[in-house]
Design a binder for this molecule. Structure first.
Ligand code: ATR
Length: 270
């Protein structure tokens, strides 16, 4: 049976084994998918052991995504630009690295939330790894503009400069934000500490989709605030499922349906 793992530290909370088991059952794929807890300094050794015993692929989560990027023998363009890898495929002794997070976000926004991105104004909050991973997939949808804003303004400037060749991206400060956006994506980790990025109310219109990459039992503080300002809101549970579907397709060559898996995870959270 083809073996896959999700590698992280901690890893007990990961929903990926559940998601991939459902995908495998649905598509009739013969595969196993387990959690692999790896010591903080043991990532490379653990990957090599798994690869040598015939493992076919892996997902990589916190805190190893940057190390996974460094370890891969070959990278997809989106993984190279993201500077982080969340999916490995082992092929003929080679480690191929991809990053499916940004594609998962875009699919969830466009397909599941039904929100077009082409020609739209997008605001991206944050300039860390989550933001970096989302930039290329968002720009590939040809928005009218993509504005990056971050607590530490210089990091947003660096990101905008790095991605300028891929589409209409610029950075600004929270005070410099003007006009309403069609889509606002919170890629900061502020929601983890119940913090709110200091957005002016003018960023919200009645058609705005406010998307938080985080998810949990209830709406995040960002979603609550956006809702109070009249926006539609969505959390990152769909992104989690869609990034998994993207990885599954890369490994197995078949695209799983995601709606049922999403509904079941949502039920588990409620
Ligand atoms: P990740 O890989 O999850 O993106 P990261 O690289 O540590 O993690 O980046 C976290 C992002 O959340 C950064 O953009 C950070 O802003 P700074 O660059 O100024 O540190 C942002 N962030 C974290 N806590 C925040 C808060 N309380 N308010 C606003 N932004 C916050």
């Amino acid at each position: 049976m083809d073996e896959y793992v999700v590698i992280g530290n901690p890893i007990a909370h990961s929903k990926s084994p559940d998601i991939h088991a459902r995908f495998a059952a649905q598509t009739g794929q013969s595969m196993s998918y387990e959690r692999l807890l790896v010591p903080l300094h043991g990532f490379k050794a653990a990957v090599q052991v798994f690869q040598r015993r015939g493992g076919r692929g892996a997902n990589i989560t916190v805190p190893f995504k940057l190390e996974a990027h460094a370890l891969a023998d070959q990278l997809t363009e989106r993984a190279r630009l993201a500077g982080a890898v969340n999916t490995f495929k082992f092929e003929e002794g080679c480690i191929l690295g991809d990053n499916t997070d940004g594609a998962g976000l875009v699919t969830d926004i466009m397909v599941n939330a039904g929100q077009a991105l082409q020609g739209r104004r997008i605001l991206l909050l944050g300039a860390g790894g989550a933001s970096r991973g989302a930039l290329l997939p968002l720009l590939q949808q040809r928005p009218a503009e993509l504005v990056v804003v971050n607590r530490t303004a210089s990091r947003a400037e660096e990101l905008a400069t790095q991605f300028a060749a891929y589409g209409p991206v610029r950075s600004t400060t929270f005070a410099g934000l003007e006009g309403a956006f069609d889509v606002i994506v919170n890629a900061t980790s502020a929601s983890l500490s119940d913090d709110l990025p200091p957005l002016p109310p003018s960023v919200y219109g009645s058609e705005t989709l406010a998307y938080d990459m985080m998810y949990g039992r209830g709406p995040t503080v960002f979603m609550q605030s956006a809702q109070q300002h009249g926006a539609h809101v969505r959390d990152g549970l769909g992104m989690l499922v869609e990034q998994a579907a993207e990885a599954f397709q890369w490994w197995r060559g078949v695209r799983p349906a995601t709606a049922e898996v999403f509904a079941s995870l949502r039920q588990q959270l409620s």
